[in-house]
Design a protein around this ligand. Structure first.
Ligand code: ADP
Ligand code: DP6
Ligand code: CO
Length: 354
């Protein structure tokens, strides 16, 4: 029997608070702006990926959620990612003659997402982060996460950020060869452990327009997009990093909501327009602003990726305050209603629905 090597890994989803939307180089997947995200806890949304390599395999193959994905197996993004990882293994083998030359063998990959795929919940991020980390483990590479993030980026841009936990930035870089377009840690999760995320699934269906093609249309057709990348995002990037380091929730929340709105505005300004948010998403936006107004303080922020599903960021100390209203609005009271004055709550819901 032929010799085999195997490896398994999980990678969590990350949800951007300052969105990546636009490529300046589609081949190397270099972005038009830097972005920031929060990586969710591994116990929530995650991808589990296993890989095996064997001298008798005749081609690279990939199974996604139980089915072989021929489109992805033959895609440029997968071929490029695997070629980069194999090159690193080859360099190791060249330095150490005792190593088996597995860089020439084909690889079989099996991956499962425990959440909806291609529905705007960052499946490509967790998916390609898991794939790169798993194959790097399989090939016994010694590269650090920032180095691997440059490879993950070529699978899916947002994936580079999922290689780190906590608060992460993807620095767009300046070089045309992409060597400085990488993910870096802004702060570990322990820096601000009170930060929580809640996901409201408005629709789990596969989106009509993938992130890859959506952003390409925006770059090509939206005038607003030019303003976003030159005038809005560079300053916001610095402000958001500072808000995280200062643990300034109100500022972090305001920047996060504004950036989600700015990104979706460029989608609407694309031609033909792209609609990722639906009526339920808009209801969540209105609800969040009303909740913040009700408390006279920003206690919760929404953000939407390229899909209708909302991610709410809030501090743990405000969980009861927030959930009371979320459950009340969506008619699933679950005991939360007892925590607040019933009249006040009913008045709020009545006003909101009018
Ligand atoms: P999302 O909002 O879920 O990230 P995208 O349009 O960015 O949606 O990307 C979806 C694509 O990402 C899928 O069609 C698939 O090609 C790829 N993908 C999703 N999950 C995985 C995975 N676990 N491993 C590899 N690729 C994946
Ligand atoms: C709205 O990383 O999925 O989620 O690089 O083409 O694979 P590709 O796109 P992808 O785009 C993510 C867009 C976003 C914002 C973000 O995650 O920063
Ligand atoms: Co994606």
């Amino acid at each position: 029997m032929s010799e085999t090597y195997t490896a398994s890994i999980t990678a969590p989803v990350n949800i951007a608070t300052l969105k990546y939307w636009g490529k300046r180089d589609t081949n190397l997947n270099l972005p038009t702006n830097s972005s920031i995200s929060v990586t969710l806890d591994q116990s929530d949304l995650k991808t589990t990926t296993s890989a095996m390599t064997c001298s008798s395999f005749t081609k690279d193959r990939l199974w996604l959620n139980g089915e072989e994905d021929l489109q992805l197996s033959e895609s440029k993004r997968l071929t490029q990612v695997l070629a980069n990882l194999r090159l690193k293994r080859k360099e190791k083998e060249a330095k150490d003659a005792s190593l088996t030359k597995i860089s020439d063998w084909f690889i079989h990959i099996v991956s499962i997402n425990n959440f909806p795929t291609a529905a705007g919940l960052a499946s490509s991020a967790a998916g390609f982060a898991a794939l790169v980390a798993c194959v790097a483990k399989l090939l016994q590479l010694d590269d650090d996460m920032t180095e691997l993030s440059k490879i993950a980026r070529q699978g899916s841009g947002s994936a580079c950020r999922s290689l780190f936990g906590g608060f992460v930035a993807w620095e767009m870089g300046e070089h045309s060869d992409g060597t400085d377009s990488k993910a870096v840690e802004v702060a570990p999760l322990e820096h601000w452990p009170q930060m929580k995320a809640c996901i409201l699934v408005a629709c789990a269906d596969k989106k009509d327009v993938s992130s890859t093609s959506g952003m390409q249309l925006t770059v090509k057709t939206s005038d607003l997009f030019q303003k976003r990348i030159t005038e809005v995002v560079p300053e916001r990037f610095e402000q958001m990093k500072k808000s995280i380091l200062d643990k300034d929730f109100e500022l972090f929340a305001e920047l996060t909501m504004k950036d989600s709105n700015s990104f979706h505005a460029t989608c609407l300004d694309s031609y033909p327009p792209i609609f990722y948010m639906n009526d339920t998403s808009k209801k969540v936006v209105r609800l969040v602003h009303k909740i913040n107004a009700f408390y006279g303080k920003t206690i919760v922020a929404y953000t939407f990726d390229a899909g209708p599903n909302a991610v709410l960021y809030y501090l743990e100390e405000n969980e009861d305050k927030l959930m009371t209203f979320i459950y009340a609005m969506f008619k699933n009271l679950n005991g939360w209603e007892n925590k607040y004055n019933g009249d006040e709550l009913n008045k709020f819901i009545k006003n909101f629905e009018e």
